[in-house]
Ligand binder design. Structure first.
Ligand code: PMP
Length: 364
């Protein structure tokens, strides 16, 4: 069978070493003789794991002591609701910086709970991040929401915007733990785990303590960060297995050299693909402005900026035959998308790039 190289955008490839660990621990977790899948969430076993996973998050991101680390069910979109439910009460209004599909969805969800100010002019072609000097920020906003990496459009922040004291809230679902970040510049950081840090079912939320205690009265308890923090993320039965896998993935990141190493690899991998695109004399087309190009999700078209349907289908078919899978662009934008998360190796990206070169040479 041909070796598979998974470039999916999420749920995405997990490190092979982590699978080995999961296999070993599946039916006998920590010497208990039973699986974590059948262990009480109130047991000492789970309480220990719950603390260990928080600790590795804190170590990797150097999370300051005035931030809580929470695990919540409901994935990234659960937090699209939880963010306004927990934060919008202060002024009733929030700023949303829409740079792609996901921040757009987040803004739409927030409108259910308060007034939403769109900081940027609306567009459905997201190809970059306008200079902060042009942003229409509302000084009265309860918070400013950004998505640091737009998974569909491949638009990534390479800076942290100055929001003039208004708490900055960031959806990091698709670039969490891909590089070091200064957590103290954010009020809240959140993300679903199923891309860079684990599997579906859990959102990791890092919240500054002074932003607790202001949830709207209608906020469901399981989405209330204050109640979740008080209960150490064990208010109800948490998505324990997803939290466990996240822990094992984060420990793998630590063993591999931490976030500096992940960042170095991400730059190396994404540069290989972007370089191939640049060298193709317009055969491959990357829509995103150079300073906002994602190191995690690389969307591109073939033939022209609009894409050539026949060539793109042929590219994907040839890719699958070589074991290069899940490269189809998101259904909203079409084309091709290569996701190069932490678990994807440099060798795998090299295999993709050599196929891109071969395809280009055949068709140009
Ligand atoms: N934010 C971003 C940036 C995403 O990529 C996704 C999922 N692709 C989400 C939010 C939504 O996550 P979930 O499917 O876990 O609700």
């Amino acid at each position: 069978m041909v070796k598979i190289h998974n470039f999916g955008a999420g749920p995405a490839k997990l490190p092979e070493e982590v699978y080995e660990i999961i296999k070993d621990e599946l039916t006998n977790f920590g010497g208990t003789g039973i699986s974590l899948l059948e262990t009480s969430h109130r047991s000492q076993t789970y309480l220990k794991l719950n603390t260990e996973v928080q600790d590795v998050v804190r170590r990797l991101l150097n999370v300051p002591s005035n931030y809580k680390i929470l695990f919540l069910a409901g994935g990234g979109q659960g937090q699209f609701a939880a963010v306004p439910l927990n934060l919008i009460s202060r002024t009733g209004t929030a700023d949303y910086v829409v740079t792609g599909t996901w921040s757009e969805k987040a803004a739409k969800e927030a409108k259910k709970y308060g007034k939403v100010n769109l900081v940027l002019p609306t567009t459905d072609r997201h190809t970059g991040i306008p200079d902060v000097s042009t942003w229409k920020l509302d000084p009265n906003a309860s918070y400013v929401h950004i998505c640091t990496n737009e998974t569909v459009h491949g638009v990534e922040f390479d800076f942290i915007p100055d929001t003039k004291g208004v708490p900055l809230v960031a959806d990091m679902s698709s670039n969490f733990m891909s590089k070091k970040i200064d957590v103290s510049k954010f009020g809240v950081i959140y993300g679903g785990a199923q891309k860079n840090i684990g599997t579906a079912g859990v959102a990791l939320v890092i919240v500054r303590e002074d932003l607790l205690n202001q949830a709207l009265p209608i906020c469901p308890s399981i989405f209330d960060w204050t109640i979740t923090a008080k209960n150490d993320s064990i208010l109800n039965t948490p998505p324990m297995f997803a939290i466990y896998i996240m822990g094992r993935v984060l420990e793998w990141i630590e063993r591999k050299g931490g976030l500096d190493k992940m960042a170095e690899m991400a730059t190396k991998k994404s540069s290989l693909v972007y370089k191939m695109i640049e060298e193709s004399n317009g055969f491959y087309y990357a829509p995103v402005a150079k300073n906002s190009r994602s190191k995690m999700n690389i969307p591109f078209r073939i033939g022209s900026s609009e894409g050539n349907d026949v060539l793109e289908k042929e590219f994907l078919k040839g890719a699958e035959a070589r074991g290069l899978i899940q490269l189809k662009g998101h259904r909203m934008v079409g084309g091709i998308r290569a996701s190069t998360y932490n678990a994807v190796t440099v060798e795998e990206v090299e295999t993709l790039v050599s196929y891109m070169r071969e395809f280009y040479q055949q068709h140009s």
